[in-house]
Design a protein around this ligand. Structure first.
Ligand SMILES: Nc1nc2c(ncn2[C@@H]2O[C@H](COP(=O)(O)OP(=O)(O)OP(=O)(O)O)[C@@H](O)[C@H]2O)c(=O)[nH]1
Ligand SMILES: [Mg+2]
Length: 708
């Protein structure tokens, strides 16, 4: 089958923002206006479980009124195919934004018109920077009391990108919000009502003066500034085309089509970030936002191809996005439920047909593609093939996990990997009833496989199962989804901090394992150096033995010993990270040496070295942002200091005060209760993991006693 639609008519975009900015609400409108559905469901009307928005279909999402997992939908707008991913804003589910941005070509960043730039918007913005995803800003909720475009635009420019340029100006705010002036098209759109099917009047911008007098002076000021803002936009955008710019500067003339081309060029390259506005809830601005997606965000491959890397992650080439090339795809999400496994992939090049066999290049395995489906949130439709630029799912893959590269077995290539966040909270998990005992470990394994921001550990000494995740909500939702999706019930223990351990200094040692008990004995000697490494290195092993001083076949035993033994450090039994183990020499005995003897020697060497290195305990440090009335500022700051925290910034957000700082996670349990009582219920806060840092030695014992 030939390609049905040219690549230029595709847009793969994500909707990203802080929690509650209105991403799902906007997605519902997109599906309605593109004719995909005939009824709009509001997020706050789904709690009784009877109705569901298209993208928040999980029971846990409906009950809480928040998005938990990213959901993909596709629709058609003016002849273009838009594949859209609605992502969650809650910090605990950041992996969902991460993996979506990894495979998308562009993003719409949604803002709450009252709150402006919020912490998770900043985090997601940084992620989009990392993955080089072009984006535009949509200031939503202009109909809310307190909506403040000035505050939002200032926040966007100062905290996110100085390249952001106002392309639409709101007409009024709160209950007067009635439309927007489009500085590119040189017209205003004015809606007749809030109804979803309301039409709008299109008015040339030069006819606006005198038409409105709003209650807020700020709103009137924006309307007054329209000519000046349009001039700014023209200069900014046309500067991206030398000829057009000269013509504009010298004769004051330009071609409107060239203007759009310039904005598109700037947006795709990241030189320009358009700012739009609207109210998805009151059905204003969504169609215009969709037009802007077609006009300004890139088609697959427009922003360059996909990087191919060597096993160390170094970029060694680029694959252009086109059909006529070896098949290359990246698995970015795996969903398991009672019906089986669905592996979401983004195809970068080539054509993949049902029945093809692909190489899983990451795992050096082969996978047959039995079925290919197009996914529409919770529904699937079988298709025959997937092409460059497509986002589809393969059914029942056996070996493939999130982040794996798939492709042509004759021309295998690894694609750039995604980065996964560090889980910082852990809970013990126990089966709820006897019936759950056998099924629990398989079910947990499936949950962890689907979510790379979870980790599963079984404590070898106590036999206890420990689940690690991004936050309390993340773990709670995981256990609850295991019940609803896999039918296995479990109880969770109290949430605990995921501490880690590290080497304090380098240690060189020789360890000899010798045992003589009647017949054949055990003998192995290793000479090793353990060196602390920078944060984020993980564990490295290097074999530097020369001249066969330890036979080749025993070296993997030493490596295995280090990898296993480092799970239990010498300070308090936490995982030891960020070190390099160098095996530099050793001795063996022809008869008495064995893999087991070297494994025992390796383990003992690790324990002794770690104990003697002045080992450190590391704890996760969270970045927090508290928003409250100014009068409580002193109390909040004093409390941050009491929690061993550090305030790094104070500011204003509208008429509220903000405090930004770093606090150890172990001091943050129950913070919401403190905040509620300290601010008469009016303070809010967000926190996210920032980095690991050493626990002051004098505090280790106290913290460990509290953990016991
Ligand atoms: N007044 C007003 N409320 C809105 C608007 N858009 C969304 N809301 C409301 O804001 C709340 C959150 O909306 P959602 O669409 O769930 O927000 P979200 O960004 O998807 O949230 P998460 O997925 O949980 O991060 C809901 O109660 C919406 O009805 C808007 O334009 N105006
Ligand atoms: Mg949502």
């Amino acid at each position: 089958m030939a390609r049905q639609k040219p690549l230029k008519l595709y847009r793969n975009i994500g909707i990203i923002a802080h929690i509650d900015a209105g991403k799902t609400t906007t997605t519902e409108r997109v599906l309605y206006y593109t004719g995909k559905k005939h009824q709009i469901i509001e997020v706050h009307d789904t709690k009784d479980g009877k109705a569901s928005t298209t993208t928040d279909y999980l029971e846990q999402e409906r009950k809480r009124g928040i998005t938990i997992q990213s959901a993909a939908v596709s629709c058609e707008w003016k002849g273009y195919q838009i594949n859209l991913i609605d992502t969650p804003g809650h910090v605990d589910f950041t992996i969902e934004v991460n993996r979506s941005l990894r495979v998308l070509d562009g993003a719409v960043v949604v803002f709450d018109g009252v709150a402006g730039v919020e912490p998770q918007t900043e985090t997601n913005w940084r992620l989009a920077n990392q993955y080089n995803v072009p984006r535009m800003c949509y200031v939503n909720k202009m109909d809310r009391m307190g909506a403040n475009f000035t505050h939002c635009v200032k926040g966007i420019k100062e905290r996110l990108s100085s390249k952001a340029v106002v392309c639409q100006v709101p007409l009024g705010s709160y209950d007067e919000f009635c439309g927007m002036a489009d500085l590119v098209a040189n017209v205003a759109y004015i809606w007749q009502s809030d109804d979803k099917d309301s039409t709008w009047e299109t008015v040339p911008l030069d006819q606006l003066p005198g038409r409105f007098t709003f209650a807020s002076a700020g709103d009137n000021e924006w309307v007054k500034r329209i000519p000046e803002l349009r001039q700014e936009l023209l200069e900014h955008a046309l500067a991206l085309d030398e000829d057009a710019f000269m013509e504009f500067v010298e004769n004051g003339k330009f071609d409107p089509a060239v203007l759009k081309v310039c904005i598109r060029k700037g947006t795709v390259s990241g030189e320009f970030v358009p700012i739009l506005c609207g109210s998805s809830f009151k059905n204003k601005g969504v169609q215009q936002m969709l037009d802007a997606v077609l006009d300004y965000l890139p088609y697959p491959g427009e922003n360059g191809g996909i990087g191919m890397v060597d096993p160390d992650g170094k970029v060694i080439g680029t694959q252009e996005v086109k059909d006529d090339a070896p098949a290359r795809a990246l698995a970015f999400k795996v969903i398991n439920d009672q019906f089986g496994t669905l592996t979401f992939v983004r195809v970068y090049s080539g054509v993949i047909k049902k029945g093809d066999t692909l190489a899983n290049v990451t795992r050096n395995k082969k996978e047959r593609i039995g079925r290919i489906v197009e996914v529409q949130a919770s529904a699937t439709k079988d298709i025959e093939e997937a092409r460059a630029g497509d986002i589809v799912a393969f059914v029942s893959m056996k070996e493939t996990e999130t982040g794996d590269s798939l492709g042509d077995p004759d021309k295998p290539a690894l694609l750039e990997r995604m980065r996964f966040p560090d889980p910082v909270i852990s809970v013990s998990v126990e089966p709820k009833t006897r019936a759950d005992v056998d099924k629990m470990s398989t079910a947990l394994y499936k949950m962890v496989k689907a979510d790379p921001s979870l980790r599963l550990q079984v404590d070898q000494e106590t036999g206890q199962t420990v689940l690690k995740g991004m936050g309390e909500l993340h773990l709670e939702v995981t256990i609850d989804r295991m019940r609803t999706e896999l039918g296995v019930e479990a109880n969770m223990g109290r949430p605990r901090v995921s501490f880690r351990e590290a080497f304090g200094t380098s240690v060189e040692l020789v360890y000899t394992h010798k045992k003589q008990s009647g017949g054949s004995g055990q003998y192995a000697e290793v000479k090793m150096i353990f060196e602390p490494m920078p944060s984020g290195t993980g564990v490295e092993f290097s074999d530097e033995v020369v001249g066969g001083r330890i036979p080749r076949e025993f070296i993997p035993s030493v490596e295995h010993a280090v990898e296993t033994e480092c799970k239990r450090g010498q300070v308090a039994g936490y995982e030891v990270v960020d070190f390099k183990a160098r095996l530099i020499d050793g001795k063996y005995h022809d008869v008495d040496s064995s893999a087991l003897a070297f494994e025992i020697a390796g383990r003992a060497a690790f324990r002794e070295a770690h104990r003697n290195s002045r080992p450190k305990l590391l704890e996760p440090i969270m970045k927090i942002e508290v928003v409250t009335e100014g009068e409580y500022l002193g109390t909040i700051i004093g409390d941050v200091n009491r929690r061993r925290g550090q305030v790094t910034d104070q500011g204003q957000k509208g008429n509220q005060a903000t405090v930004v700082g770093f606090v150890p996670l172990s001091e943050m349990f129950g913070y919401i209760n403190f905040l509620r009582s300290a601010t008469s219920g009016r303070g809010t806060f967000t926190m996210e993991f920032d980095h690991y840092s050493e626990v002051p030695p004098g505090l280790v014992q106290k913290l460990m006693d509290a953990e016991a």
